[in-house]
Design a protein around this ligand. Structure first.
Ligand SMILES: *Cc1c(COP(=O)(O)O)cnc(C)c1O
Length: 389
């Protein structure tokens, strides 16, 4: 394994991520930042209030390694209420430092070494490739096709083999906003069964979905016993800075995550755990409300991008919309995004930041815009983008 699992630059320095680079550009130029995916408004007041009260009431020391029982119970209740999944909060749920730690711990715990492969859909969330590298395994990317970002069934079939240890699925998907088709979810389960692979799902956008309710892969017939479901309160409750995530599934998989997690952070977010528990117990109207608000923002952003001359992919979930900048003259999305703050005062992220080096050409002119911002911010960005024409 290369030093730092290849995560360091050639000079041994940490390479700044594209997100840090673009946010710095936004600050420097005063551009509207539709780059990084975090909301610019607070989440539900009652959830914030529970955290404040928990601090005042002294919930300020190490919580239990698996997370406080009230949160694990709320997670199990949530999986039952929304998806009909039965989980034992004592054995089948673990609380983590965000979905990020759950993903890292799962990959480190469940992958054995250089002969193990992890299949992901490409473009992929940037921590996947980094954690697969840290685990010393091989990343096998399956491309998603513009403009609907569904995978090709034959390519998925080819990618999953007896070497596959994990199929890692993010649905709804960052960065494309796609929601996998029912036939794709079923194919994933079939392939995992045929090749005795595990399925790890990253469901952080489970409630930010626009057309139909989320279907976790663990709820498909034959899937639960080989699926670890990961999610987080960050996106649902607009608390991305709290880093309260979880992993749920068969006890042996949860135990494996816990075994690694205890040496990463051990525990985290004491006073935020009861707050996310309260969030997960909010009435239906809260969950439909956040989806409806984000759907309206997606529509506003999509219309602005189309008017500005982009070809736009219509996302079915997540914070994001992907647009093709070729019709507005781009040949390289990374260069386009570096120029965009100076040209029109908007920051966005090139999709090439989420793909393997070998596949950059396939996604060369695609750009990700975040819709999780206040309506006036999206309006202003859309107005500025009209200047591209
Ligand atoms: C934001 C995000 C995460 C990280 O979740 P945290 O709970 O903040 O760690 C993981 N996966 C995807 C796809 C995300 O967009």
């Amino acid at each position: 394994m290369a030093q730092g699992a290849g995560l360091l630059g050639a000079d041994g320095q940490t390479a700044p991520t594209i997100f840090a680079e673009m946010s710095a550009l936004a600050e420097l130029t005063g551009a509207v930042n539709l780059g990084q995916g975090f909301p610019d408004e607070d989440g539900p007041a009652e959830v914030l209030e529970v955290a404040r009260r928990a601090i005042a009431d002294g919930a300020n020391q190490y919580p239990p390694g698996r997370g406080i029982l009230d949160l694990r119970t709320a997670i199990a209740e949530h999986q039952q209420r929304f998806y009909g999944l039965n989980l034992d909060p004592h054995r089948e749920v673990v609380v983590t430092a965000g979905a990020t730690e759950a993903i890292a711990a799962a990959l480190l715990a469940l992958v054995d070494g250089p002969d193990d492969e992890v299949v992901v859909f490409e473009p992929y969330y940037d921590s996947y490739a980094a954690c697969v590298a840290l685990a010393g395994a091989r990343l096998v990317p399956v491309p998603l096709r513009w403009p609907d970002f569904q995978p090709d069934a034959d390519l998925l079939e080819e990618a999953v083999t007896d070497r596959t240890r994990i199929i890692l699925v993010n649905d709804p998907h960052n960065p494309t906003g796609t929601v996998l088709g029912a036939e794709v979810r079923e194919q994933i389960v079939r392939l995992a069964q045929r090749h005795d692979a595990l399925i790890v799902t990253d469901d952080v956008y489970e409630h930010l979905i626009f057309d139909e309710p989320h279907v976790p892969i663990a709820s498909l017939p034959g899937a639960a016993e080989r699926t670890l479901t990961i999610s987080s309160g960050g996106k649902t409750f607009s608390t991305t800075g709290w880093k309260i995530g979880w992993a749920a599934g068969p006890a042996h998989l949860v135990d494996a995550v816990l075994a690694v997690k205890q040496f990463l952070t051990y525990v985290s977010g004491g006073p935020f755990q009861p707050a996310i528990a309260a969030g997960l117990r909010l009435p239906e109207s809260f969950f439909t409300g956040v989806a409806a608000a984000l759907r309206a923002k997606r529509d506003l952003l999509g219309a602005g991008l189309r008017e500005a001359g982009f070809d736009v992919s219509r996302p079915a979930g997540s914070y994001f919309t992907v647009a093709d900048a070729a019709p507005v003259g781009a040949t390289d999305a990374a260069a386009f995004c570096r120029d965009l703050p100076d040209r029109v005062g908007v920051v966005a992220i090139p999709i090439t930041a989420f793909v393997s080096a070998a596949h950059r050409d396939r996604f060369a002119t695609l750009v990700r815009f975040a819709a999780c911002k206040r309506v006036e911010v999206i309006r202003e960005a859309a107005a500025r983008l009209q200047r591209l024409a």
